[in-house]
Design a protein around this ligand. Structure first.
Ligand code: NDP
Length: 596
């Protein structure tokens, strides 16, 4: 039995060795190249199963006030905040057939948000909506995205099933020409980009994957026509079927118990086990969260942000697995630095970390009855090396006679896919259906990836300019040479685990920028000096958490074991401080970004 108590120095040393050997067992020489995109012959894995039949439409050639690239929460919030500033023609463009972004695409059985719904769902104060569960099902979240879009009349000008393919600044008309894959070339006086990071499904480059003769799909494009049922279960189409699932990350952990309910047999092909903590989901009422008080939601999410950022700020309103592990999450923050005050940081940190991870490993032991399965499900790495997950259904699912865990760590994943199924360690597993819960490519979509070229003043391409001079922005939003372009996302600003909160603060800022430029008849464009000053700010006290990612098991957090890209990518004092800085800047220094 793993000890739930704080470990002794010998136990700590043994843990360190174990973590190192587990990491070495998993690092692959091909790193991020092990994956393949869901395109060309694999394009069907990324096709939209939810959109209505596409009507042909005439390409657009009109002019709008603001084009927003992306119809997920980032784009919707930008649209709503622009409306609040009185902007009339706002056109959101999205590849999906409706609003919702990740919640449009991900509709797999069991889908829930693992951040408390009362802090995750944005604009609750404005819409008067109060979530019904502590952790909302995906469909409730998707409907809330639609609710905001309806409330702020964002459907009127929206373009769905449309991908923006280029943005070109036209000096004479002082507009952006927005090109799309539907032949549009419309003009926008401002462009806001909100393209997200984890949007392109990825597949493992397993030899023979194209030969599988059974049914196959990616979890972000769930095929209910085949499985039957809904995100709530009832997958009657899987009765008697042999189903294989590849992937045990945050998605796999939610999907697997649902498959276990209805499939004939489920084979779970695991490479690295997740950290699966207590979920304790429950119904909530307006009274539980004090929803009768004006501004209750804004206050609650600020409380959550500050606690997970390591601040002490009175009551812990959310009180869940994220806030109780705040001390361990802190090391992921840009603001995190090893203290140089002589404290024995290593021991204190490792002791707290080991206590938490022992707690999770003990949870596995206490739940899963088969000793070999229980051993294989234990995570041997530091907390938050991989996205922490939460479920009360996942571990018990492995006690069912129709669920088999197949550990693929020694072979770096599945060895081969054949016409009939998959092969691991020389053993063939015959399958009717193979489901990929293998996640998303990072940084392959949007303006930072090259898939959406942006040409600013003089035809200069954004990525080319950054390649020559380094990434340069003011607060991550605006760039010299690229007037009236406002970027949302996670570059040179500050992030946190409740990403919709981050996006909402960014949306408020983006809308304020547009309103100020309109007010003064100016262009939004920072000077080189303003960019220099911001670079200097984020370089001062740049984070020191490379050591943490370098020792972690591989995954998308650390570029499959290769560490994080270097450079000042974030404001070093955390998201709460960044939001305050932006508020002050809007009051005092807005002129810095208004050019004639
Ligand atoms: P992940 O990238 O987190 O997980 C992919 C899984 O596929 C891993 O278990 C990985 O193993 C496995 N895998 C990849 N290649 C192979 C292979 N060749 N053989 C066997 N296994 C393989 O994707 P998810 O979709 O689970 O999650 C992505 C992100 O989406 C999360 O990190 C989170 O940010 C978000 N999310 C959030 C949720 C929420 O509630 N808010 C719910 C779901 C997702 P290995 O670990 O060894 O690489």
């Amino acid at each position: 039995m793993t000890s739930p108590q704080a470990p002794t120095p010998d136990e700590l040393a043994a843990l360190r060795r174990r973590y190192r050997s587990e990491r070495e067992r998993r690092v692959r020489p091909d790193g991020p190249r092990q994956y393949r995109a869901a395109e060309a012959e694999f394009g069907f894995y990324a096709a939209d199963p939810y959109a209505d039949e596409q009507d042909e439409r005439e390409p657009l050639r009109d002019t709008v006030d603001v084009a927003v690239v992306g119809g997920g929460f980032g784009g919707i919030l930008a649209g709503a905040r622009l409306r609040q500033q009185g902007v009339e023609r706002v056109r959101l463009v999205d590849k999906g057939g409706d609003f919702g972004g990740t919640w449009y695409w991900n509709r797999y059985p069991g889908i829930h948000c693992d951040i408390e719904s009362h802090v995750y769902l944005p604009m609750l104060d404005e819409t008067g909506y109060v979530p019904r569960w502590k952790y909302a099902p995906g469909e409730e979240i998707r409907r809330h995205a639609v609710r905001i879009a309806q409330r702020y009349d964002l459907y009127a000008d929206a373009l769905f099933s449309t991908t923006v393919t280029a943005l070109n600044w036209e000096e004479g008309s002082r507009t952006w020409i927005v090109a799309t894959d539907r032949g549009d070339t419309f003009r926008a006086r401002y462009v806001v980009t909100a393209t997200g990071t984890l949007s392109e499904p990825k597949l493992p480059g397993i030899p023979g994957i194209e030969t599988f003769a059974g049914h196959t799909f990616h979890t972000s494009r769930w095929d209910y026509a085949y499985t039957g049922g809904s995100p709530e279960g009832g997958l009657t189409g899987l009765a008697g079927k042999r189903v294989g699932v590849v992937g045990t990350g945050a998605t796999g952990v939610q999907v697997i118990p649902m498959l276990a309910e209805d499939a004939g047999h489920v084979h779970v092909f695991q490479r690295t086990p997740s950290t699966v903590d207590v979920r304790a989901n429950r119904r909530t009422t307006a009274a539980d969260v004090g929803a009768d008080r004006a501004g209750w939601a804004a206050a609650r999410r600020e409380n959550f942000l500050r606690i997970v950022s390591g601040e002490t700020c009175g009551d812990d309103l959310v009180a869940d697995g994220w806030t109780s592990s705040a001390g361990l999450l802190e090391k992921l923050l840009p603001s995190f630095r090893r203290p140089d005050d002589g404290r024995d940081f290593e021991t204190a940190y490792e002791t707290a970390d080991a206590a938490k991870m022992n707690e999770v490993r003990t949870r596995v032991e206490r739940t899963v009855t088969d000793p070999a399965t229980s051993e294989a499900l234990k995570p041997w790495y530091r907390y938050a090396c991989k996205r922490p997950t939460f479920s009360d259904l996942y571990y018990p699912a492995f006690n069912r006679s129709n669920v088999t865990l197949v550990d693929t760590a020694d072979t770096h994943g599945i060895e081969r896919v054949t016409e009939d199924g998959v092969v691991v360690g020389g053993t063939a597993y015959a399958l009717d259906c193979l489901i990929f819960a293998t996640g998303f490519s990072v940084g392959v979509s949007g303006v930072h990836s090259g898939s959406l070229p942006v040409h600013g003043r003089g035809g200069v391409q954004l990525l080319h300019a950054w390649g020559q001079r380094g990434i340069r922005t003011l607060h991550g939003f605006t760039c010299n040479g690229f007037p009236n372009l406002v970027q949302m996302g996670s570059l040179q600003n500050a992030s946190s685990v409740n990403y919709t909160h981050i996006l909402d603060e960014q949306a408020v800022h983006a809308a304020a920028l547009v309103a100020a430029a309109e007010d003064r008849g100016a262009l939004l464009e920072p000077s080189r000096e303003a960019e220099d000053a911001w670079l200097a700010t984020i370089m001062r006290g740049a984070p020191d958490h490379e050591w943490f990612h370098a020792e972690c098991t591989p995954g998308y957090y650390n570029r499959e074991g290769r560490g994080r890209p270097r450079g000042p990518h974030a404001y070093p004092h955390g998201a709460a401080a960044f939001h305050e800085l932006l508020r002050r800047w809007r009051e005092e220094s807005m002129d810095e970004v208004l050019a004639r």
